[in-house]
Design a protein around this ligand. Sequence first.
Ligand code: GLC
Length: 511
Amino acid sequence: MEFEEWELRHKEAFFEIKEALSYLEGIFVAYNSNIDAIKHLTPEDLCHLLELFDQDALQERVELYPREIKEPLDILARLLLSMREGKAAEVPTYTPEIHSWLKENLGFDYARMGGQAGIITNLLARLELKKVVAYVPWLSEEQAGYFANTKNLLHPKIERGKLVLKHPKEAFKPNIGSKVNWIFEYSKGMLVDCGTDKFTVPRDNRLILSSRPKWLRLEMDQQIYAALDSLGPLDGAILSGYQMIKEEYEDGATYSDYVGNSVKAIEKLKALNPGLRLHVELTSIQNRLIRKTILKEIIAGRIHSLGLDTVEVANALNVLGEEELSYAVIKKGENGIIALYQGAVRLLQALALERVHVHCLGFYICVLAKGHPLNLKGHRNALLFASTLAATKALHGKVEGLLESEASLKVPVSEKGLEDLENFKLYCVGRKLCTLDEFEYGYVYGRDHNAVFVPSKVVSEPKATVGIGDTISAGAFTGMLALMKQNLAGKGKNSKRKEGSQTLETRVFSA
Ligand code: GLC
C-alpha cells in the first residue's frame, strides 16, 4: 500500500466532506456527558501510589480482576492490568469516598468535557453543523459550562409545558450534582516495576474510573419524550451511555425498566424521522448481563451503525456466544486483523446492523451490509475524514474547528497501520474478497457484506488519548451522512445520479 497515495486520499476526503457537511439538517446526541478529571501518570506518580500498598495484596487483587472499584487497591490493580497490555478500560465506582482519596493522594492535571455524548456534541458543534441537539439527563450547571459556546449547540428544555431548544447553559437542571470521572493516562515506554511484576507499557492509553452517583439514571425526561417532535428535522442520532444502566436500583427498579425506556426513545425518534440513521458508540461494559442486554435488546435490529475498538469487539463477541472468535481478537489485538475483520462481520450479522466501524491504532475497518446507499469511496472518505479529526484531537486534546483540523492533515499516515493492512492482503485476495487493485483502494467485497479499510494518521506523542475513539466514530458517521445527503441532492461527486460509467473507484457496491 502506498503511503503517498493515502496522504493524498486524506486530503481529498477532508475537503470533500467539509463541503458536504452543510447538507445536514441536524444531529441528535444523547445521553452521557460528565467532567473528566485527567491525570497523566508519571513514573513518580506510579511509584508513589505503589508505595501505599502491600505488594502481595496488590498482586492478589490483580488476579481477582476487580470489575468495580470498591477501594483504592482496586484502582491500582486495574491500572496495572491496563498498563501491562496498553489496553483501554473503564471501571465503575459507586463509592464516593474514592473521589476524595484520589484528590488527596494523586490529584489531577486538568478537567475537560467527558462522556461520549459530551465529547461528540462539542466535536459536531465545532464542525459547524447547522444544528446539534444534545440531551443529557443529568445536565448540571457546572456540566453545562463544559459545552462549546456555539449557537448551533442546543439542548431541549420544557418551558411553560412546551419543548424549547436552548444552549445547555440555559437548559441545565438546577440543584443537581455533577458526574466526575477520573482518567489515568499513561505513555508508551514507561517502565513499571512492582513486586514480581516488571514491564514496559506497550502503548499510550488510559484507564477510566467512572463515577456512578446514586442519582444517575439513563432515561429521557417524560415531558421531553412526549415532545420529541419539536426537535425539528434530524439526519442522524448518536447514542451512548447505556453502560450506566444497573442491574438493580435502590428503589426496586431494574435494568429492564431502563432498557425498555431506551428502546421507546429510539423507536419514537425513528417514527418521527423516517430517514433517520442511528449510531451507538460502545465502550467497556464490565457487567456481562448488561453488556449482552444492551447488544441484544437495544442495538440489535434497531440501530444502523456501531462504533467500537478492538477490546470492545472481543467483549461484544464474548457475550454473543462467539467465545473462540472473541479470544482470537483479544489474543492478537490489532495484529490479528483477520480475526478483527471476521469479528466485525459477525457483529454486523448477529446484530442486524448496516455498518460496523472498528477503530484501531493505525487503521480502521468498516464493515457494511449489502445495499447501503453510499458507495465504498464515500465510506472510505468518511473514514479518512475521521482520521484527520482524530489526529487533531490527539495533537491538541480537542478539536477547535475545521481550520485547525485542516492543519493536522500534515500528521503522517501510520507506517505500522499500513504494515498491519499488508498482512490482510493475502487473506482478502486469496479468498477472492477483492482483487489486488481493489485491495489497494481499501475495498473488500464479501458474500453478504462489503468492507472498507484505511490506514489512519497517528500522532506519536498524543496530548491525551481519551475521546479519540469518539472523535473517530462520530466524524466518520457524520461524514457518511453528509455525503449521503449531498448525493440525495444530486450534488455529490460520487452520487449515483452523476455516475455514467462506473469506474472502480466509484463502483456502487449495492445491487
Ligand atoms: C466514557 C467515559 C468518559 C470519557 C469517555 C471518552 O464515556 O465515561 O469519562 O470521557 O468515555 O470516550
